[in-house]
Design a protein around this ligand. Structure first.
Ligand code: ATP
Ligand code: MG
Length: 692
C-alpha cells in the first residue's frame, strides 16, 4: 500500500468486507481514499474490471483514472471509472433490448430535447417555454415518474398539460430509438428493478462500487446504486453533507441519512484532518458553514500553518473588480521566484455570465486563461454537424440527426422534399431514414427528389458498414478524413463563412476533433523494456456512440498552463493554490432568494433551505483554496443597462475575519507603495554622486 494515508483513511481503504461511508469535510482526502481503495482491492485479488468508481463529471473521472494509474499502473485502465451517466450508457447498451431499445440508440443533447418537446407541443411554443417544460419533465423523470404517474400527480392544469406533452415526447424518443440524459439513470434503474436476470448479472459482475461526492446523488441514483450492490452491499461512498450543492437538481441529503438504515452493517468513518488549506482559510470556511444545521457533527483542522490572512476586496464596479483580480494574480507571480504557473490561480463565481469582464481584463493583461465548463468545444456548429453524422450511422432512426446531416453540407435537397419526407414518415409511422426505402414514397414526391434522398440513404448505410469494420486509431483517422473529403466538408465551411480565416479555424477544429476521436479507438502499441502491449482497439462505430455523452462536459480539456475561470458548481472536488471568489454580493451569493424568476425558486419554496444550499456553495468555494484566498464584492452592479447600488454578501461577515488585518484597502496599499517609492528614491539619490 502506497504511503500518504492517515489512520482513518487507512481504515476506510482496508475495510472491504461490507458497505462503508466516509463522511468528512472538504480537503480531508476522501477522493484520495477512493483511488487508494481501488489499488487495495486489486492488490487483494479483485479483478480490475469488477471495480466501478463513480464520479460526477467526466473531468473528475479523467483525473481519478490518472491518479489510479499512477498508483497501480496499467491495470487501472480496466477499472470502470466513470460518471453515473456513462455507467448508464454501458448498462443500456448491454441490456436495453429488454426495454425494446436497440443497442445502437442515440443520446440526445439538451438542444435536441428542447426541439422535440417544442414539436411534441405543436411547434408554436417559444424556446424559453419549451425549456421550462423540459425542466419539469426532467424533474419528473428524476423522481422516477412516467407520464401516466405525472398526469395522476399533476397539481394544476399547467402541469397536466405538461404531462400530456411528456407523453408525446416519450413516444417520439421511442420512435427515434433515442434516450435523453435522465433516461441514462432511469432506464438502468428500471432494468435492475424489473428484470431479475439483468439484476443478477450486474450484481455478479461488480465486486465493489465506489462513489465520490455521494452527497450529490439524487433519489434515482440512490435506488440504482442499491440495486447494483445488492444484499452484499460492497459499496464505498464518500461525501460531505456540507458540500451538497445540487439540491436544485434533485440531489437529496436523505441519501446520506438512509444509508445506515438500508445497510445496518454500514461502517462510518470520519476524517478530520484537512490536507489542502491553511488554518486561516479553513477557519473562514468553518465559520461560514457554522450556521447550517448539522447532519453529522464534524471538526476539521489543518497542520499547514496559519498562512496568509483571507483578503476581502471592496470594488467599485465589476470592471474594477476584474482589474483587481488580475492585479492580484500578477502581484502574486511577481512576488515569487520562480513565479508560480498560471494554472495555480483560479477565479470562481456563482453564474457563468460573471466571467465576461474578467475575460476582458485577462486578455488585456495577456494572461492565458481558460473558462472551465463554458461554451464547450462540442457546442460548436461544425462539431455538432459531425456528431449528427455519427449519430445517424449509429442509429438510422434518429430524425433530428438525420435532418442535420442531410443539410450539412447542403446536397441540393430542398425544404419541400424534406417536408414531404417528414409528412410521409409521420403518416407511415416510421423514421425519416426508414421512409427513404419505402416503395410507397414513389407516389409522395417527384423522382428527382426521391433519387437524391435514396442516394443519401445508401451512403449512410455504406458509412455504417465501413465504420463497423474500422478499428483502432490509425484506421479510424484515415476513415474520418476520407469521409470528410467525400462529403466536401472543408469546402462547405468555406462556402458558409465570409472570412477565410474563420473557415480555416473551423476546419482546424474539425481535424482536431477527428484526431481526438480516432485516439479513443485505441489499439496503440506501447513497447516497454520487455513487453509489448496492445490496448484493445475499438471499432469506430463503438467510439461514435459515446461521443454524445462527452458533449456536455468537456473531458477533452488538456492540462494547460492557464488561469482557470470556473463556476463554483464546476469547481467541486478541485483545488488551486490561489483562489479569488468574485461577485460575493447579496443577490448573487446567496443568489436572489426572494425573486420568482429563477429555476431555483420552482424547486423549493423554502427560503431557509435555499439559503443553506447557498451557504454550502460558499463553503465549497472557500475550501478550493490551498494557500491564499481573496473574496471580492462590488459596491455597484449592472442591472440591465443601469448601475445599481449593491451590498456585500452576508457570507463575508459570516467568515468572521478580523477586519483590520484582512480587509485589503487600496488607499492604504497606495500609501505604502508611495512611501516605499519615496524611500527608494531617497536612498538612490543619496547613493548617487551626480545627484543635484
Ligand atoms: P473535497 O471535499 O474538496 O472533494 P477531498 O476530501 O476529496 O476534498 P482530496 O482531494 O482527496 O480531498 O485531498 C485534498 C488534498 O489533500 C489533495 O491534494 C490530497 O493529495 C491531499 N491529501 C489527502 N490525504 C492526504 C494525506 N494523508 N497525506 C498528505 N496529503 C493528503
Ligand atoms: Mg474529493
Amino acid at each position: 500500500m502506497a504511503a500518504g494515508l492517515n489512520l482513518a483513511q487507512l481504515q476506510a481503504v482496508h475495510y472491504t468486507q461490507g458497505p462503508c461511508l466516509v463522511l468528512a469535510g472538504a480537503g480531508s482526502g476522501k477522493t484520495r481514499v477512493i483511488t487508494h481503495k481501488i489499488a487495495r482491492l486489486i492488490e487483494t485479488g479483485m479483478a480490475p474490471r469488477k471495480i466501478a468508481a463513480i464520479t460526477f463529471t467526466n473531468k473528475a473521472a479523467a483525473e481519478m483514472r490518472e491518479r489510479a494509474k499512477s498508483l497501480i499502473g496499467r491495470q487501472a485502465k480496466d477499472v470502470l471509472v466513470c460518471t453515473f451517466h456513462a455507467l448508464g450508457v454501458k448498462m443500456v447498451r448491454e441490456d436495453g433490448h429488454v426495454l425494446g431499445l436497440k443497442p445502437q440508440f442515440s443520446i440526445l443533447d439538451s438542444d435536441d430535447v428542447v426541439g422535440i418537446i417544442k414539436d411534441a407541443a405543436g411547434g408554436t411554443a417559444d424556446v424559453a417555454t419549451a425549456r421550462q417544460w423540459q425542466w419539469t419533465i426532467s424533474k419528473w423523470k428524476n423522481m422516477g415518474l412516467d407520464y401516466k404517474e405525472a398526469l395522476a400527480l399533476a397539481a394544476d392544469d399547467n402541469e397536466r398539460a405538461i404531462a400530456v406533452i411528456m407523453q408525446r415526447y416519450e413516444e417520439r424518443l421511442t420512435a427515434y430509438q433515442s434516450v435523453d440524459f435522465d433516461d441514462l439513470i432511469g432506464m438502468p434503474l428500471r432494468l435492475l428493478r424489473d428484470h431479475a436476470e439483468v439484476r443478477a448479472k450486474w450484481q455478479a459482475h461488480l465486486g465493489h462500487v465506489l462513489v465520490d461526492e455521494y452527497q450529490d446523488t439524487n433519489a434515482t441514483q440512490y435506488e440504482l446504486l442499491k440495486l447494483l450492490v445488492g444484499e452484499r452491499g460492497h459499496l464505498t461512498a464518500v461525501g460531505d453533507d456540507d458540500q451538497s450543492i445540487y439540491g436544485w437538481r434533485g440531489a437529496t441529503l436523505d441519501n446520506l441519512k438512509k444509508l445506515p438504515v438500508d445497510y445496518p452493517q454500514l461502517k462510518v468513518i470520519k476524517l478530520e484532518q484537512n490536507y489542502r488549506s491553511t488554518s486561516a482559510i479553513l477557519r473562514a470556511a468553518n465559520n461560514v458553514i457554522q450556521p447550517n444545521p448539522k447532519l453529522f457533527p464534524k471538526t476539521l483542522f489543518s497542520e499547514l500553518g496559519e498562512g496568509e490572512p483571507v483578503r476581502i476586496v471592496d470594488c467599485d464596479s465589476e470592471e474594477h473588480e476584474a482589474e483587481r483580480a488580475v492585479a492580484r494574480i500578477l502581484g502574486l507571480r511577481a512576488g515569487a521566484n520562480p513565479p508560480p504557473d498560471w494554472k495555480n490561480f483560479a477565479i470562481l463565481y456563482r453564474a457563468n455570465h460573471q466571467a465576461k469582464p474578467f475575460e476582458k481584463a485577462l486578455r488585456k493583461a495577456n494572461v492565458p486563461y481558460k473558462v472551465s465548463g463554458g461554451t464547450s468545444f462540442f457546442d460548436r456548429a461544425e462539431i455538432r454537424d459531425l456528431c449528427a453524422w455519427f449519430r445517424l450511422w449509429i442509429n438510422n432512426d434518429d430524425d433530428p440527426a438525420f435532418l442535420r446531416a442531410i443539410t450539412n453540407p447542403k446536397r441540393g435537397i430542398g425544404h419541400t422534399t424534406l417536408g414531404r419526407l417528414g409528412e410521409f414518415s409521420k403518416s407511415h409511422r416510421c423514421s425519416m431514414f426508414g421512409a427513404l426505402f419505402n416503395s410507397m414514397l414513389e407516389d409522395a414526391m417527384p423522382a428527382k427528389g426521391r433519387e437524391s434522398l435514396l442516394e443519401f440513404g445508401r451512403y449512410i448505410n455504406d458509412l455504417e458498414y465501413r465504420a463497423r469494420q474500422t478499428r483502432g486509431a490509425e484506421e479510424s483517422l484515415a476513415f474520418l478524413l476520407d469521409w470528410l473529403k467525400e462529403i466536401g466538408y472543408e469546402q462547405h465551411l468555406h462556402d458558409a463563412e465570409d472570412s477565410e480565416k474563420v473557415a480555416a479555424a473551423r476546419w482546424t477544429n474539425v481535424l482536431e476533433f477527428c484526431d481526438w476521436m480516432a485516439q479513443r479507438a485505441g489499439g496503440k502499441t506501447t513497447t516497454s523494456a520487455d513487453t509489448t502491449t496492445v490496448s484493445e482497439a475499438k471499432s469506430l462505430l463503438e467510439v461514435s456512440q459515446t461521443i454524445a455523452l462527452l458533449s456536455t462536459i468537456s473531458e477533452r480539456e488538456k492540462e494547460q498552463d492557464m488561469v482557470i475561470l470556473s463556476t463554483l458548481h464546476a469547481s467541486k472536488g478541485l483545488e488551486w493554490p490561489h483562489v479569488t471568489l468574485i461577485g460575493v454580493n447579496e443577490g448573487l451569493l446567496p443568489f436572489k432568494l426572494d425573486d420568482d424568476d429563477g429555476r431555483q425558486q420552482k424547486v423549493s419554496d423554502d427560503t431557509a433551505q435555499r439559503l443553506q444550499e447557498e451557504r454550502r456553495l460558499m463553503y465549497v468555494g472557500i475550501t478550493r483554496a490551498q494557500r491564499s484566498l481573496a473574496v471580492s464584492w462590488t459596491k455597484r452592479r449592472k442591472k440591465g443597462r443601469e448601475l445599481v447600488a449593491a451590498m456585500p454578501s452576508r457570507f463575508i461577515a459570516e467568515m468572521g475575519l478580523d477586519n483590520s488585518t484582512a480587509r485589503e484597502d487600496p488607499r492604504e496599499k497606495l500609501r505604502q507603495l508611495r512611501e516605499e517609492f519615496a524611500r527608494k528614491a531617497q536612498s538612490s539619490a543619496a547613493a548617487s554622486p551626480d545627484a543635484p
